[in-house]
Write a protein that binds this ligand. Structure first.
Ligand code: CMC
Length: 378
């Protein structure tokens, strides 16, 4: 029998056209709707990036003001969602709580029909506004602290850190968080965005698409890698004087284990986002007296290059950046989601505007037309 070629992991398959982002994996170039990630990292705010991804152009001053105000006005959660956060298991994974809470938000909104109508942009704004509130609230509750209501002012980054820590962040922490949100906002047909578009393509609603996307992001081969990176570095830290990142890396490789935060399906060079995060990681770890974590990271980068010719991805240096601003490792993937909601919802609207059901094929590799055996004879 001649079997058709199976493209395992859909590697290299182009299934959609998009105006949202462009990635050149060879040269390490990333563009969001026309703007290079370096330009955005130096000049934009997360709110501007949201507008850019949703509208394919930058906002003027009035439009930006309107979007910021709309985001601020949507930050509060419906009380049953807050009740869920208060009463769910304190040991639940934050990404699982985020997934369930976002799913619940749909119950309080008019369903959108997947046709990309104006409900969709309203939902994109409201989910973007509410995700930080969900994450911060759950972190407070599980630590036995009171939930802090969102501020009626300030950026997404500022308000998130405020709700999480109970005090207003300094300018540097806000800027760091904002830059992280910009860098994670959009990245082509990654697994979670593909999931969101696939759900949209059945004409299902945006909440379903985002709930599915959060589930896809959670896995350690995708967004879950940033938490795994930090746990790996903290394991090294526990070894005290004996910690040896080079030997650790080599040993893991010799067991054919993956090192989290390295490698990428598309980038075969340094991830352009990692340059910005590396710079931030260096600066912040010096400021917070955590130089060792940064030095170990660099030692691992060097070893991975020498041993496997593999470079770090976005998740590697983001871990130490979040650690330096005092965020718990198991929240890192939630922060990724809090940013990527902009890209997911942009893709949802793009898919809805020019839809076709996503429905690939699978090659059947088992027997056919077997004889039936009654249950008592099996
Ligand atoms: N550590 C060690 N070896 C690796 C790694 C790694 N992190 N990544 C790839 N390789 C090796 C892999 O073992 C394979 O070697 P060989 O050909 O000898 O079997 C080769 O490189 C090709 O790897 P692959 O798994 O076929 O590549 P892929 O395109 O299917 O996987 C990946 C991409 C991201 C799943 C993978 O690199 C990986 O598992 N990395 C670790 C997890 C991670 O950091 N994920 C975050 C991805 S980027 C942002 C995001 O989505 O959050």
């Amino acid at each position: 029998t001649e079997y058709p070629h199976i493209n395992k992991g859909l590697d290299g398959i182009v299934a959609f056209s998009t105006t949202k982002s462009f990635i050149d994996g060879k040269s390490g170039e990333l563009i969001y709707s026309g703007y290079n990630i370096d330009t955005l990292a130096e000049n934009a705010t997360f709110e501007e990036v949201c507008f850019l991804l949703w509208n394919d152009r930058l906002p003027n001053q009035q439009e930006l003001e309107n979007l910021k105000n709309e985001l601020i006005s949507q930050r509060e959660l419906p009380s049953p969602v807050l009740e869920y956060i208060k009463t769910t298991s304190k040991d639940a994974e934050p990404m699982a709580v985020l997934r369930s809470a976002v799913s619940m938000l749909a119950d309080f909104e008019k369903p959108d029909t997947g046709s990309g109508d104006e409900e969709s942009i309203h939902h994109a704004v409201s989910i973007t506004a509410q995700m930080p509130t969900i994450i911060a609230a759950f972190d407070r509750v599980r630590n036995g602290k009171d939930i802090i209501a969102p501020k009626k002012e300030g950026s997404t980054a500022f308000n998130f850190l405020y709700m999480l820590n109970g005090e207003e962040p300094g300018e540097a922490a806000e800027k760091t968080m904002d830059l992280c949100l910009i860098l994670h906002a959009e990245h082509g047909m990654n697994a979670s965005t593909f999931t969101a578009r696939t759900i949209c393509a059945t004409e299902s609603d945006m909440f379903s698409a985002i709930t599915g996307a959060i589930g896809a992001l959670k896995g350690p081969l995708h967004g879950g890698a940033n938490t795994a990176v930090m746990n790996m570095l903290l394991n090294l830290k526990e070894q005290g004087e004996k910690a040896d990142p080079v030997a650790f890396t080599k040993e893991k490789l010799s067991r054919r284990e993956k090192i989290m935060g390295f490698g990428h399906r598309v980038y075969k060079t340094f991830d352009p986002r990692a340059f910005h995060l590396r710079k931030m990681s260096k600066k912040l770890s010096e400021e917070t007296g955590q130089q060792k974590l940064y030095e170990w990271s660099e030692a691992m980068v060097k070893t991975m290059k020498e041993e496997k010719d593999i470079d770090p991805n976005v998740d590697f240096f983001s871990a130490t950046v979040y650690y330096s601003i005092g965020i718990k490792p198991d929240l890192y993937t939630c922060i990724f989601a809090m940013s990527r909601i902009s890209g997911w919802s942009a893709h949802y609207m793009e898919q809805a505007a020019n839809n076709r059901l996503v429905r690939p094929r699978a090659l059947y590799i088992a027997e056919k037309n077997l004889d039936w055996t009654p249950v008592e004879d099996r």
